[in-house]
Design a protein around this ligand. Structure first.
Ligand code: M6R
Length: 607
């Protein structure tokens, strides 16, 4: 979690750093800080709270200098206090650093450093600053390299030293770092969004690499001090894509982005005449694809609910047994994986620590490991042996929306690609593709109902508990609707398969416990309807997501949101959208910080 940024060049560093922190704020936002080197003096300012607090504070000082570092924090070690906020100094006030990650052996290091060191914070990072300083003998990069050889854990860090006004040292192990290449200037950050205003040219640092960066030059080394040649890559996202474009919140913008980015996800990746999909990045021969006898989809949070929809697609279209594994569980349960297993890591950020570790484990065991990822050049994108980008564009709200629908789109296409090699006919493939092509227009029909959904949200916003119910392919929709509501509105909510209610949860129902049911016209419609009748009998307020034209849904419920009809497999692509809009409006009405909900961070880069 946490976002770090560094700048060296000809511009004043402070405005660049503050603006960059705003872009990174989704990664952590309990406190923030900045350090700028002006001649030989380091000015450090830190503040608890959002970047606005820091921005206010720095206005009160004159901070000049063209080299600096900054950090937005999501607390891991030590509470949320100004003392614990980064940047952290070493002992003599000349070395200062920002860090994203966890130094696991910080206690051991502290002990070894001995009593001469006094610490001002409770953080592992401050100990790292002291450790680097203790190795410093005039060459900052060497000091960083030596110190890091004693460290266990993860880090993305940028180090600045008052005696080295012309360089920044940056290093990465397990936490993302991107270097932006400008004209006579460099940017270093946890992801590319802070540098998009200035440059599209980037260099991705790999684990175990250390770079020494001056305003005209970047040199990269491994921990054995050998020089490494790096490639400059061009990123596609523009600055505007990363802005709110007139919406009140990134989340709302991203919900409304869905029809457009869905088209981006599927464009050029299928052939309607052949009823086939061809995602180029899979990097598997036809024989290898035929040899796959099991698929495992590894993900966390919203991505795991998208994966649950993907399971239906892989099993129905390709006939390949498919499991969904929550990454944090997979990595610790000695999973059975072999050379006939295809493992997909599904992740918006491509930086989720548990997903990365699970994929590494699968790779070690010989599986084919591929990624379905949004952020270009992210760790999962680089560490997997192929896969596809979902082309959702920058997703900045902590609550994931458009990444979810695009992940499903890509899994549908992969399932079709495998399915056409194994069992399904061109006609079946064509039916799926035609239905997929209709999805953006149907999404728009739902988005047009945003005001109606807002009015419904007003009626439900004061309840303390909510149930989400779905069956079959709509059970993951219920899970996702529930997650959206709880993470941004802080209302307690639970999701169950409709058929499970009478095995216990129904005891909770009352007039104060509303149920949101997904009851669209699929093969389980009648079963779901019976479950809804059972709820009706318990007098729980009832909001239904139903298929357009289902007049009966009105009689059965207090409120209905209608969605267009589509193929059963594609229903989650539509049915989830009203639940995103519902959660959004409830949260806004309750005065929540929708884009940056409490206790959460956009990418969970720690275990
Ligand atoms: O970046 P990833 O897709 O790997 O992130 C996975 C989860 O952390 C993420 O989906 C999380 O659950 C979101 N807050 C959901 O809105």
């Amino acid at each position: 979690m946490c976002g770090i940024i560094g700048y060296i060049g000809n511009k004043q560093a402070l405005p660049v750093l503050i603006k960059g922190l705003r872009r990174l704020e989704y990664r952590g936002y309990d406190s923030a800080g900045v350090a700028v080197l002006d001649k030989e003096k380091i000015h450090r300012t830190r503040a608890v709270g959002k970047i606005d607090e820091l921005a206010e504070k720095v206005k009160q000082e004159e901070i000049l200098g063209t080299i600096g570092i900054a950090h937005t924090r999501w607390a891991t070690h030590g509470g949320v206090t100004e003392d614990n906020a980064h940047p952290h100094f070493g002992k003599d006030g000349k070395l200062v650093l920002v860090h994203n990650g966890i130094i696991e052996n910080y206690r051991e290091i502290k002990e070894k450093l001995g009593d001469k060191h006094e610490y001002k914070s409770e953080t592992d990072t401050e100990i790292l600053a002291h450790l680097i300083e203790s190795h410093y003998k005039g060459n900052l990069r060497e000091a960083v390299e030596h110190a890091l050889s004693h460290v266990r854990g993860t880090y993305g860090l940028v180090v600045m030293h008052a005696d080295h006004p012309d360089s920044l040292i940056t290093a990465r192990l397990g936490s993302p770092l991107v270097v932006g290449v400008g004209e006579g200037e460099y940017y270093i950050a946890s992801d590319a969004t802070p540098m998009l205003t200035y440059t599209k040219k980037v260099i991705y640092l790999e684990d175990g690499e250390v770079a020494e960066i001056s305003k005209d030059k970047m040199e990269t080394f491994n921990l054995k001090d050998e020089v490494i040649t790096k490639c400059v890559e061009e990123i596609e996202w523009d600055d505007e894509q990363a802005e709110k474009q007139g919406y009140d919140h990134f989340m709302l913008k991203e919900i409304f982005d869905q029809p457009t980015v869905f088209e981006d996800a599927i464009r050029g990746r299928y052939n309607l005449e052949e009823g086939a999909a061809h995602l180029g990045g899979l990097n598997m021969t036809v024989e290898e694809m035929r040899s796959v006898d099991r698929i495992i989809l590894i993900a966390c949070g919203t991505a795991s609910y998208a994966a649950m929809v993907g399971k239906y697609a892989f099993e129905r279209l390709a006939g390949i047994p498919t499991e969904v594994d929550v990454a944090s569980e997979f990595r610790y349960r000695d999973p059975i994986v072999n050379e006939k297993t295809l493992v997909f890591g599904i992740s918006q950020s491509g930086e989720t620590a548990d997903t990365i570790a699970a994929l590494r484990e699968a790779k070690r065991k010989g599986a084919y490991v591929r990624g379905i990822v949004n952020v270009v050049g992210s760790t999962i994108a680089r560490e997997t042996d192929g896969g596809s980008y979902i082309h959702a564009g920058p997703e900045l709200a902590v609550a994931s929306t458009k990444a979810y629908t695009n992940m499903i789109a890509i899994m549908m296409l992969y399932a079709l690609q495998f399915g056409r090699l194994r069992r399904i006919t061109p006609a079946t493939g064509q039916r799926l593709l035609k239905a997929l092509r209709e999805i953006p227009a149907k999404m728009n029909q739902i988005l047009e109902q945003a005001d109606k959904i807002k009015a419904i949200a007003e009626k439900y916003k004061d309840y303390k508990d909510v149930f989400f119910l779905g069956r079959g392919i709509n059970f993951p929709v219920a899970l996702e609707g529930s997650l959206k509501l709880k993470e941004i509105s802080y209302i307690h909510s639970e999701a169950y398969p409709g058929g499970e209610m009478k095995h216990g949860p129904i005891a909770l129902l009352s007039e104060d416990f509303p149920v949101i049911g997904i009851m669209t016209k699929d093969q389980l419609y009648d079963k779901m309807r019976s479950n809804i009748e059972e709820i009706r009998a318990r007098k729980a307020p009832l909001l239904l997501i139903a298929t357009q034209g289902d007049e009966g849904a009105k009689e059965l419920s207090d409120d209905v949101i209608y969605v267009p009809d589509t193929m059963e497999l594609l229903e989650p692509l539509l049915n989830t959208i009203p639940l995103q809009i519902f959660a959004y409006h409830v949260a806004v009405m309750l005065g929540r910080d929708v884009d940056r909900p409490r206790n959460l961070a956009k990418s969970v880069t720690v275990e």
